[in-house]
Design a binder for this molecule. Structure first.
Ligand code: UTP
Length: 414
């Protein structure tokens, strides 16, 4: 046996022992049915996977003591708008601000077969979600007179098509030189019995590892090395599906800088105590987000002396982070959150199954967990009807229809 073969056999033995110890012997059985080349490819995939998801306690999170967090309200922002905006524009013009679009999601609720940003929401003309975001950013860059470096996070399934789409559409008029794509990592998915699944012969089923790992993925893909040598001090990170949001918003950036905070979060006032939205608050004295299902009745209905809800401000996944603070989070492993989803898989007979009901778990890190690692966070209120038109579902709330209506009301021709 050559040295190379010996190394290969040792790797195979190590991986098989590990799979057996983790209760995943069905994968070894599948491996044995593959030819030599397929086996080698599958072993390479398995060797690179993070199996921490197989620990039954990996997604258990203990929560601390919650308390309300004060927000800079629309009224206060209006009173200081011109000053905040000047401070923000100054930071943008000095090259201190970058924008990060989180576009690695699968958009399962919308039934996406491509990157969500490629969905055309126009009626009498083409208007792609990516195009809406670029137009929102261009409003700011036109005002500032400089381009903002724009980083786009993709995932395995949509990376190539996203890059090609932007190229084909000529970057929707943005500067190609200021756009960088980077790919997030994948994590294995498991069925409801905690077993790894196959997506096709010789391939373990995986899904994007959530939107929380974007800074670590920037590190893993080498982008941070370049960023550290740039002027960038702030990163505005935001979701792909809110077509109304302002990106690299100078007023928001200025408010955060003036407040001396190391991070900021755009928030909207809840429409009712029961609205299903994560609320920015304090947890053990640090900024945090409490999910609607984690709130007790007392928290949901508690009021301040002025009659407003104490836990009033919902997050819209648009954050500003100072990069020196983000650097400190790189050594920290973000918690995993487990979500039951409909995940296509290959059954024991080798048939590809498209389940009609949720059948398996995917594991995700969440951007909101990065907020918890910040010493402070400025909650910055935005007007819902001007800045919040998320596209999540096929029909009903937060759908293409509701977003179109909001775009129309903001003067966008569809
Ligand atoms: P969502 O939580 O709405 O997930 O993402 P999703 O995958 O787009 O949609 P569903 O839940 O399958 O219907 C919020 C934002 O985080 C990004 C999404 O692209 C969106 O901008 N995201 C989500 C990632 O970038 N990576 C992920 O792994 C998950």
């Amino acid at each position: 046996m050559t040295q190379k073969q010996e190394n290969y056999e040792a790797m195979k033995q190590r991986i098989c022992e590990r799979l057996a110890a983790l209760g995943q012997s069905h994968i070894i059985q599948h491996l044995e049915q593959l030819d030599a080349a397929e086996q080698a490819a599958m072993l390479r995939q398995i060797d690179a996977l993070d199996f921490s998801v197989l620990d039954p306690e990996c997604a258990d999170e203990k929560r601390g003591m919650f308390a309300p967090l004060y927000a800079t309200t629309l009224e206060e922002i209006d009173q200081n708008r011109s000053r905040f905006t000047e401070v923000g524009l100054d930071a943008i013009r000095s090259g201190k601000v970058g924008a990060v679009l989180l576009s690695g999601g699968q958009g399962t609720r919308l039934g996406c077969t491509h990157a969500k940003g490629m969905v055309n929401i126009g009626i009498s003309r083409e208007l792609f979600i990516f195009e809406c975001l670029i137009q929102n950013l261009k409003r700011v860059t036109d005002q500032a007179g400089v381009y903002v470096p724009f980083f786009i996070m993709t995932s395995a399934a949509n990376h190539d098509e996203t890059v090609n789409f932007f190229e084909e559409k000529n970057y929707f008029g943005y500067s190609k030189a200021h756009i960088r794509f980077f790919q997030q990592e994948q994590l294995p998915t498991v069925d409801t019995n905690g077993k790894l699944m196959l997506s096709e012969p010789g391939v373990i089923s995986t899904a994007p590892n959530g939107n929380g790992g974007w800074y670590a993925s920037m590190e893993n893909t080498g982008i941070l090395r370049e960023l550290r040598n740039s002027q960038i001090e702030w990163l505005n990170v935001f979701a792909v599906d809110n077509v109304l949001q302002s990106i690299a918003d100078p007023c928001f950036i200025g408010a955060v800088i003036e407040s001396g905070s190391v991070s900021g979060a755009k928030v909207v006032a809840k429409t009712s105590p029961d609205e299903k939205v994560g609320v920015l608050c304090l947890e053990n004295g640090r900024p945090s987000i409490v999910e609607y299902y984690e709130m007790t009745e007392e928290m949901r209905t508690r009021h301040e002396p002025d009659g407003t809800l104490s836990y009033r401000f919902g997050v819209i996944l648009n954050y500003l982070f100072r990069t020196d603070q983000l650097e400190k989070t790189l050594s920290y492993k973000l918690p995993l959150h487990k979500a039951l989803k409909q995940i296509r898989y290959m059954d024991e007979e080798g048939r590809i199954v498209d389940p009609e009901q949720p059948n398996a778990y995917k594991f995700e890190t969440l951007a909101l967990d990065l907020v918890k690692l910040q010493p402070n966070c400025l909650a910055y209120e935005v007007a819902r009807e001007k800045e919040f038109a998320p596209i999540k579902n096929k029909k009903g709330d937060d759908s293409v229809d509701t977003a179109r209506e909001l775009l129309r009301r903001n003067g966008i021709v569809l």
